[in-house]
Design a protein around this ligand. Structure first.
Ligand code: C2E
Ligand code: CA
Ligand code: CA
Length: 257
């Protein structure tokens, strides 16, 4: 895996491809698609298709997440700019940033360069970070994230509910959006869990943050979260992650169904 990954990253990341999963804005009439999360795929010539959960931890360990992550960021910004120019000025793109990427001294510069190169509106870019990173050195993380935010981009807290983060910590960080982890979509399994989800959503809303629920797979769960006042939904219920050329047509088809 390591040998092939090193080869793939020196070979201008040609084996990597960015897929896009629609994000639906359920706070607006008609539940329109408001953009997508960029999710990397590795189609290795030597090993076939490898999912990010298999290769990202090793890429982080080897430091190869930096070139791979930069590739994903640039691709996603190019794509978003293209959608924005082709009749969807409101579409935004969410890009995952590993803590390893964030700790590079020049991360802000890298983001600025990509924004300049792609001429993308920074307001349409959201960078997703996981809560685990906020644990060790909160002050430093806050400084890094605020710095990146000053470029006009948004920062989202990913996988919320799976780590150790608390509301006080979230309130002090420059997040615009909280993404509730997919484990919360199993809330209808018991009443206690439903209460936890309801309270979590209302606390996030009280902090004036937008809330997105990921991993929504069924109509039932979609309706439940809509009733709970969630802003955005992402999940197989609406669509799986799609190759870029399929994204716009597939979103249109789903909207018309
Ligand atoms: P994530 O950021 O939490 O992304 C959401 C994952 O949930 C994606 O898995 C997505 O395909 C999957 N998913 C979406 N909707 C549903 C659903 O309704 N049900 C279920 N069961 N799953 C759903 P994926 O694409 O395999 O990515 C896995 C993880 O790899 C991501 O989790 C993210 O942490 C990481 N990743 C992906 N692309 C990148 C990247 O460009 N950079 C970095 N640093 N990490 C990435
Ligand atoms: Ca994510
Ligand atoms: Ca997530």
């Amino acid at each position: 895996l390591e040998k092939n990954m090193r080869y793939a990253t020196t070979n201008s990341c040609q084996e990597f491809e960015v897929y896009y999963q629609p994000i639906v804005d359920i706070s607006r009439p008609g539940d329109p698609c408001s953009g997508a999360e960029a999710l990397i795929r590795w189609n290795s010539e030597a090993m076939g298709m490898i999912s990010p959960s298999e290769f990202i931890p090793l890429a982080e360990y080897l430091g190869l997440i930096n070139p791979i992550g930069s590739f994903a960021l640039k691709e996603a910004c190019h794509r978003c700019k293209y959608w924005n120019d082709m009749g969807h000025p409101e579409y935004h793109v969410n890009v995952n940033l590993s803590v390893v990427q964030l700790l590079q001294n020049d991360m802000k510069e890298k983001v600025r360069e990509v924004l300049e190169e792609t001429k993308m509106d920074p307001a349409n870019l959201t960078l997703e970070v996981t809560e685990s990173l906020a644990i060790n050195d909160m002050k430093r993380m806050k400084r890094i994230l605020s710095d990146i935010k000053s470029l006009g981009v948004k920062v989202a807290l990913d996988d919320f509910g799976t780590g150790y983060s608390n509301m006080k910590r979230i309130a002090s960080m420059p997040f615009a959006i909280v993404k509730l982890d997919k484990t919360f979509t199993e809330m209808n399994e018991n009443d206690k869990m439903l209460k936890v989800v309801k309270n979590t959503i209302s606390m996030v809303r009280d902090m004036n943050l937008r809330i997105l629920v990921e991993g929504v797979e069924t109509l039932e769960s979609f309706k439940e979260f809509k009733a709970l006042g969630v802003d955005y939904i992402q999940g197989y219920y609406f669509s799986k992650p799609l190759p870029m050329e399929k994204f716009v047509s597939e979103v249109k088809r789903v909207n018309m169904d």
